[in-house]
Design a protein around this ligand. Structure first.
Ligand SMILES: [Zn+2]
Length: 810
């Protein structure tokens, strides 16, 4: 007893440690302070354990806290081992289960601050950790529950935001917008990466979730705009994705009701249900777990201006009427960071209480969900998906399998050839049986989505995401049972490719993204590359060495011949590529930059000032404009909202400099919305038929909020060399064009182009161009009416962007 008291006395509250109460006006703790506090707590409290899961994108430690009773801390390895069995009931005997449900705590995860400007939860976590270990009532609950906490899902971003806030505190820009992304590559899209797992942070947490800890409930803490309800808690609004088990939906509703009830018991107001956020979308941190038998909870608090309070009069608020989904409106007034912290502390503690109180239910539900998933898979429709080894792009095939496996899905390799529903598959085919606990995840990623609006509402996020379509990978549905010899695989690599034939000239089919990586490496090394018909021809003293290494590593074949075809126009160096980065924290720019780095394509970042300076043609061969509204590109952010050096956009001088660049022989690549800029500024004979008021969520108008469409290539060009004649593109409120000469359509929409997701009046796309080439002066413009690199998912269309920057330059 004496020792325990001494240990407790040594625990400092966050206020004592930081010098301010978390959530106090004008004070934000940065990652050093937050992680420092958590580490000290772990050193002094036997109830707190800290793990470093790895390093963030920019090299900071990524932390996971485990908070539970001292007795549980001493048997964490056993608790984890039991969680793994509960997650996969096929390995669980009835007697073992009976024993485990008597002693196993519930396991929940609270994850803070994935969106860095939604900063309150990063501060709240310190108080929560302190209270869990010092408040007598909460401490008692920790015999029955393990609380996992991620203090910040993006420590790099927390520091970015806190330093920005501190720098402009006390000026007119206090609490204002950042001119750059708060995640190095993907900014706000870090909460849209939860099945594709392209980023370090996403992968670290995903491994913890589905390979190590298997929590039954996951709580993702967010903030939204300033002037609506004070806090959204579930129930979510319709529709519900058909792959989500009803027990998950009910479990989410239960947690939401518990949270709301705790808030009102504590005298809070302005708590809303069934608002904005739906249960359709896959890819968010709270939605991926719902495909893994876990209850995924989201709350969204009204924001302040970072650490600074805001005042809202009752008339300036947009609140629903009082009712079952909004029991007590907020009366308006001053809203502080500390208010958000208070609301989030109540929701978090109510979740801990519920998990402790309902421990046995929580465990039983989790096991029941896993069992039902396995039974549903055995019943067939579908029974399995088969990914045959003969694929256009073997690396995309391997990546798809690896994405599934990293998300905990069981992937198997056929050790022998087999027949399924009359189709013959060779040994090496990958099989994803549906009789597995994470069936919902696999099925939802492999099948087409058919979004059905409720009350004519668009989905909260995208409507479709089918990976075989976006990645250009053949995946066959097998509805009835078959048997073959299957071997579980943790990861898949493309079978090594090779150089066949002899000679010092090399022919590439250019069908794989890996060949673009090789072309970038060849050109960077001063080797020569030419487009000849449907293929690429390569020569140079080091070409064989580079190609044999890349072909072996990335799975493409090369043919060596003795002589180059006549008339080849050789390209002898890497085009000088400029990538525009507006000061608007443009996520599409971040994804483009990430993609170029993944494939070894060198580029230079261009800011407004670099472009306004002019003389672009002397410095660049290709300029890429990420998707950005044409007006925003020219006028930027107003200097009343952002410091002068980041205000004002390209202006007339920047727009003219780009025009001069193209007329002088440069290649301008416009992604999606930036096409409108080029059409207007360069007087292209092209019309975006969906531009301006013609698209939008209004009924009676074409609308497609994030869907996959088929498109047909036509009109041979270096942009399309090696690309399949028929491919699926990612469309997110994108563009569609009509063209007249000398502009040309390189790809056109067929009839009924929708393949996955949702489109209202899809017939408006039929016959319109999705990809356009337009000569201007001695240069050219390439317009993408879609997202060739959407969220790092669209391996099937990366190639078009690679070709555009590597091969389409003068
Ligand atoms: Zn958010």
């Amino acid at each position: 007893m004496h020792l325990l008291v001494a240990a407790l006395l040594a625990l400092q509250s966050p206020a004592a440690s930081l010098g301010f109460e978390p959530g106090a006006d004008s004070n934000l703790a940065d990652w050093k302070q937050v992680s420092g506090y958590m580490n000290t707590l772990a050193q002094r409290s036997p109830m707190v354990h800290v793990d470093t899961l790895g390093k963030t994108t920019e090299g900071r430690p990524f932390l996971l806290l485990t908070i539970t009773s001292q007795a549980n801390q001493q048997r964490l390895a056993e608790i984890k081992a039991v969680q793994a069995l509960l997650a996969d009931p096929r390995r669980l005997s009835d007697t073992a289960f009976e024993r485990m449900r008597k002693t196993q705590p519930a396991v929940i995860l609270i994850s803070n601050n994935i969106h860095s400007t939604e900063v309150a939860s990063s501060q709240m976590g310190m108080t929560l950790a302190y209270r869990l270990t010092t408040d007598p009532e909460l401490r008692r609950l920790l015999d029955s529950v393990v609380v996992l906490m991620i203090p910040s899902m993006n420590p790099d971003g927390l520091d970015t935001v806190v330093s920005w806030y501190r720098r402009y505190k006390g000026t007119r820009y206090e609490g204002g917008p950042l001119p750059w992304l708060y995640h190095k590559y993907i900014g706000h899209d870090n909460n849209r990466d939860w099945f594709m797992l392209t980023q370090v942070e996403t992968r670290l947490v995903t491994r913890m979730l589905y390979k190590e800890w298997f929590p039954e409930i996951v709580y993702d803490v967010h903030q939204m705009g300033t002037n609506g309800v004070r806090l959204f808690v579930p129930p979510f609004q319709d529709p519900v994705n058909p792959n989500i088990d009803p027990a998950i939906v009910a479990g989410i509703n239960l947690v939401g009701a518990q949270m709301a009830s705790a808030l009102y018991d504590a005298g809070m107001t302005g708590v809303a249900h069934q608002l904005t956020y739906d249960l359709w979308w896959h890819g968010g941190f709270r939605s991926a777990p719902t495909r893994h038998n876990m209850i995924g909870i989201l709350t969204e608090a009204a924001s302040t201006r970072l650490g600074s309070p805001i005042t809202l009069t009752l008339d300036s608020l947009r609140q629903p009427a009082r009712g079952v989904n909004y029991a007590e409106p907020w009366p308006g007034g001053v809203w502080h960071l500390g208010d958000i912290v208070r609301y989030e502390l109540i929701t978090s503690e109510s979740l801990v209480r519920l998990a402790a109180r309902d421990r046995v239910n929580v465990i039983d539900r989790f096991v029941g969900l896993g069992r039902r998933a396995v039974e549903a898979g055995l019943a067939g429709n579908p029974f399995a998906y088969v990914l045959p080894p003969e694929q256009r792009d073997p690396e995309a095939w391997a990546t798809l399998a690896n994405v599934l496996a990293a998300g905990g899905v069981e992937v198997y390799r056929a050790a022998e050839s087999f027949t399924a529903e009359g189709r013959r598959y060779p040994a090496g085919a990958l099989v994803i049986p549906m009789a597995q606990p994470y069936r919902a995840d696999a099925k939802d990623l492999l099948e087409p989505q058919h979004y059905t609006p409720v009350n004519d509402r668009p989905p909260y996020d995208v409507a479709g995401w089918t990976l075989p379509f976006t990645m250009g990978v053949r995946a066959d549905v097998v509805n009835g049972p078959f048997s073959t010899n299957l071997v579980r695989v943790d990861s898949v690599i493309a079978p090594p490719g090779k150089i066949e034939g002899s000679g010092d000239v090399f022919i590439l089919q250019n069908r794989t993204n890996a060949e673009s990586r090789a072309v970038a490496a060849l050109l960077a090394a001063g080797q020569s590359v030419a487009v000849v018909g449907d293929s690429l021809v390569v020569r140079g003293a080091r070409a064989r060495a580079i190609l044999s290494e890349q072909a072996a590593r990335h799975g493409f074949d090369v043919t060596a011949v003795r002589e180059a075809p006549a008339g080849a126009r050789w390209r002898e160096r890497l085009p000088r590529i400029g990538l525009y980065q507006p000061w608007t924290a443009n996520i599409d720019e971040g994804w483009t930059r990430w993609l170029f780095e993944q494939y070894g394509i060198s580029y230079m970042t261009l800011h407004d000032g670099d472009i306004k300076r002019g003389g672009l043609r002397q410095r660049f061969d290709v300029i890429v404009l990420p998707s950005e509204d044409a007006t925003s590109m020219v006028v930027g952010v107003d200097s009343t909202r952002i410091p002068l050096q980041y205000a004002g956009g390209l202006g007339e001088s920047g727009a003219n400099a780009i025009s001069e660049f193209v007329r002088g022989g440069g290649t301008l690549v416009c992604l999606d919305a930036s096409s409108n800029f080029a059409i207007a500024r360069l007087n292209l004979p092209v019309v975006n038929v969906l531009g301006g008021v013609a698209s939008g969520p209004q009924s009676l108008r074409f609308y497609a909020p994030g869907s996959i469409f088929g498109t047909v290539l036509g009109g041979s060009d270096s942009v399309t060399v090696g690309v399949s004649d028929s491919l699926q593109i990612y469309f997110e409120n994108s563009a569609a064009f009509t063209v007249s000469a000398p502009a040309r359509a390189l790809a056109t929409y067929p009839e009924q182009p929708l393949r996955s997701g949702y489109a209202r009046y899809q017939e408006r796309l039929t016959g319109k161009a999705s990809l356009v080439e337009a000569p201007v002066g001695s240069g050219r413009v390439i317009l993408f009416g879609f997202r060739p690199q959407f969220r790092g998912q669209t391996h099937g269309t990366f190639k078009l962007l690679f070709n555009a920057v590597l091969l389409a330059a003068p």
